[in-house]
Design a protein around this ligand. Structure first.
Ligand code: NDP
Ligand code: HSE
Length: 428
């Protein structure tokens, strides 16, 4: 049986895992695809760099074009990251009829539609399972498992680094900076961890999930994003006291055909299954009109979980190659996109205020909520020995984003409110 030759772009955290799985599970993999799988060329930045695994130096190159232009290579596995130059490599590889496996959410969130269109034109597969939630097969699930249903809501903990940080802050009282460093050492964080902690990595993944779930072209600019860098240990303690866990949650939902997609630190009611997802683990909760609630859970980052998804994609592409049916499974969004406006986006809010401790303050605050038609679920006032002001903790019922913004604007002008300490979305 003629071996299938695979070219690898990148041999870092994920690339090393891919080599380990392809070599370690060779017998199993080749029995599934009907021929041996050989990684015949690998592009790296520095071919002299010491590696954790043995690699024949003869197959290393510092020029990715060597891999793209190799006529013997059938499938390219892109696990090096980067956007503009990487897109050029991938488009050229597709032009040459090579199938693509990528773990690159930055690339797919920004240029997915262009890449998939090129793949269709060239009858090639582009699979990107590892780009969202590492080891969880959520992309295949949305495309195939939910093909018969109408998805109404997707909620995801899709960034392992921030979930790792929030969990350690919550359970061990660890400091934000120490935990971030640990996540970097463990290979979870992006090379620039700002994109993890400021929510951009999660936003890219939610753009991909929204596109697949709602069959419309969700772009990064459609996702409203807030990261976790402002979340304090005190906020986490308040969440816990009220029965919530703080999570960086991506939320994509639709009503009729109007959609909204956001990423923000969210207080999730402890009884919701997604509240129990801790550490580097990811989870994606999908609510389908017919199926109801479902949830998918697993490791969202790290060498071996991510490589598992990459190699599963490789197996799928090679099976298609053998059957001569590549390029048939991409979801090309076909629906016109209709984004909800701020009056249509509705959710519960947690608000922590520091206020003057005197008569009439609570009345002024509740009056503002009444004025803008925001209904309250609970209001608690308490003294705090560490600050001279009273603390007021408010949880609203579902309220439109537009109305909540008006309330908060109004609070800015109220003298009795010293600080709007925190505002969080509440779910569950
Ligand atoms: P690493 O930084 O660990 O590895 C990148 C690899 O690409 C290195 O081997 C590097 O070479 C090589 N490389 C980088 N630039 C070039 C270039 N211009 N030419 C040739 N080789 C190059 O990244 P990861 O493995 O962590 O991530 C890879 C991709 O997978 C990214 O898109 C990431 O977002 C995605 N991903 C990562 C996950 C994770 O848990 N780490 C999870 C899911 C997705 P050298 O070794 O010589 O430096
Ligand atoms: N930095 C990403 C995370 C890697 O922490 O989830 C997986 O995409």
């Amino acid at each position: 049986m003629k071996p299938v030759k695979v070219g690898l772009l990148g041999l870092g955290t994920v690339g090393t895992g891919v080599v380990r799985i392809v070599e370690g599970n060779q017998e199993d993999l080749s029995s599934q695809v009907g021929s041996p799988i050989i990684i015949s060329k690998i592009a790296v930045k520095n071919s002299d760099k010491p590696r954790d695994i043995f690699i024949d130096p003869a197959i290393l190159t510092e020029d990715p074009w060597d891999v793209i232009r190799d006529p013997e290579i059938d499938v390219i596995v892109e696990v090096m990251g980067g956007v503009e130059q990487t897109k050029a490599y991938i488009l050229e590889a597709l032009e040459r009829g090579k199938h693509i496996i990528t773990a690159n959410k930055d690339l797919m969130a920004l240029y997915g539609s262009e890449i998939l269109a090129k793949a269709q034109e060239k009858q090639c597969d582009v699979f990107y399972e590892a780009s969202v939630a590492g080891g969880i097969p959520i992309i295949r699930t949305l495309i195939e498992g939910f093909s018969s249903d109408r998805i109404l809501k997707i909620m995801g903990i899709v960034n392992g680094t921030t979930n790792f940080i929030l969990t350690k802050m919550s359970k061990e009282g660890a400091s934000y900076d120490d935990v971030l460093q640990e996540a970097q050492q463990l290979g979870y964080a992006e090379s620039d961890p700002t994109s993890d902690v400021e929510g951009l990595d999660a936003a890219r993944k939610m753009a991909i999930l929204g596109t697949l779930g709602f069959r419309t072209n969700v772009e990064l600019k459609d996702v409203s994003v807030r990261g976790i860098s402002q979340v304090t240990k005190e906020d986490i303690a308040y969440a816990k006291r009220l029965g919530y866990e703080m999570k960086l949650l991506g939320i994509a939902d639709r009503e009729d055909e109007n959609i909204s997609i956001s990423v923000q630190p969210t207080m999730v009611r402890r009884s919701h299954p997604i509240a129990a997802v801790n550490g580097v683990y990811n989870a994606v909760y999908v609510y389908g009109e017919a199926v109801g609630e479902t949830m998918f859970y697993g490791a969202g980052a790290g060498a071996m979980p991510t490589a598992t998804s990459v190699v599963a994609d490789l197996v799928a592409a090679i099976k298609n190659l053998k059957l001569g049916v590549n390029g048939l499974k991409a979801i090309v969004p076909y629906k016109q996109k209709k984004l909800k406006d701020d009056e249509q986006i509705k959710y519960k809010n947690f608000i922590l205020l520091h206020v003057d401790d005197k008569a009439g303050v609570l009345a002024q605050i509740t009056q503002a909520f009444a004025q803008f038609d925001v209904s309250l679920e609970s209001v608690v006032q308490q003294p705090n020995e560490h600050n001279p002001y009273a603390e007021i903790i408010i949880v609203t019922h579902d309220a439109s984003k537009a109305r909540m913004n008006k309330v908060l604007e109004h609070f800015e002008g109220l003298e009795v409110i010293r600080t709007i300490k925190s505002v969080y979305r509440v779910e569950g």
